[in-house]
Design a protein around this ligand. Sequence first.
Ligand SMILES: Nc1ncnc2c1ncn2[C@@H]1O[C@H](COP(=O)(O)OP(=O)(O)O)[C@@H](O)[C@H]1O
Ligand SMILES: [Mg+2]
Length: 308
Amino acid sequence: MTTPALQARDVTMRFGGLTAVRSVDLTVNTGEIVGLIGPNGAGKTTFFNCLTGLYVPTEGTVSYHDKVLPPKPHLVTKAGIARTFQNIRLFANMTVLENVLVGRHTRTKEGLWSALLRGPGFRKAEKASEERAMELLEFIGLAHKRDHLARNLPYGEQRKLEIARALASEPGLLLLDEPTAGMNPQETRATEELVFAIRDKGIAVLVIEHDMRFIFNLCDRVAVLVQGEKLIEGTSEVVQADERVVAAYLGEPFEGAPGDAEAAEVEAAEADAAAAGAEAPVTDAAETGTAPSTDGDKSAGTTKGEAQ
Ligand SMILES: Nc1ncnc2c1ncn2[C@@H]1O[C@H](COP(=O)(O)OP(=O)(O)O)[C@@H](O)[C@H]1O
Ligand SMILES: [Mg+2]
């Protein structure tokens, strides 16, 4: 039996005169892997930002298990939705284990005083948290790197670590924004297996990706966004065969960097949204020299928690 987990109804997001997302409905049922595809600039990341409370939609509602979500990222996480970012957001100077522990924060009851006093309750909770974090690192295949600094991981492993950190909040729904961007074909196939394994744990997945083979292999349903509007939604077979989808992709290249104007806009938006505090995240694939992301990875110097 399918039960809706996430329900986005009539979601519209305008930036001044630009309508980035227009009246989009989308449902993700429990146990499902749903794909969201579309050319660069179609509004996919903006839609994710509306789902996760980073943006307050101009119109429409987002509910999770029949409760309307307040548009506040920490409340959305608390409700059971976790995400990764198109541009990797890790704490570069923290270890692999510490990065996952940060992700557990919303699920631990111990408060600030308890942490400061380091009483027995805190130590017990800390131990349990660490055990859970290690389980997740085992699951993701990074347990052997627990004490490595995030910045020293190769690019593909940084992406995996981001997924482990997202899972640490014990979500019922995981949103992945271009999880295989910059990965080689082997890493991409491994990520496919990983997403199936996540689904098998009972976590629903909504994934944005440009790699069509990845999407059509993986997803129970695929929705296509073009210029902010949902063009079609259906099974991989139905979507793949749709002439309009083919045209949308052939009409616009979906690999490579976007135009300078768009890149500048996104950079400006990120600068606006940048919250104070927190360490600098790992921003690109400098260590491995691989191309980090299809949008050219404009996150250098930004902080965790903003829009892209
Ligand atoms: N914070 C913002 N302010 C203004 N325009 C934005 C902002 N975020 C995204 N946009 C614009 O919205 C459109 C959709 O962008 P985006 O959601 O990043 O597309 P996608 O993820 O599908 O490539 C683009 O034209 C982009 O420039
Ligand atoms: Mg995007």
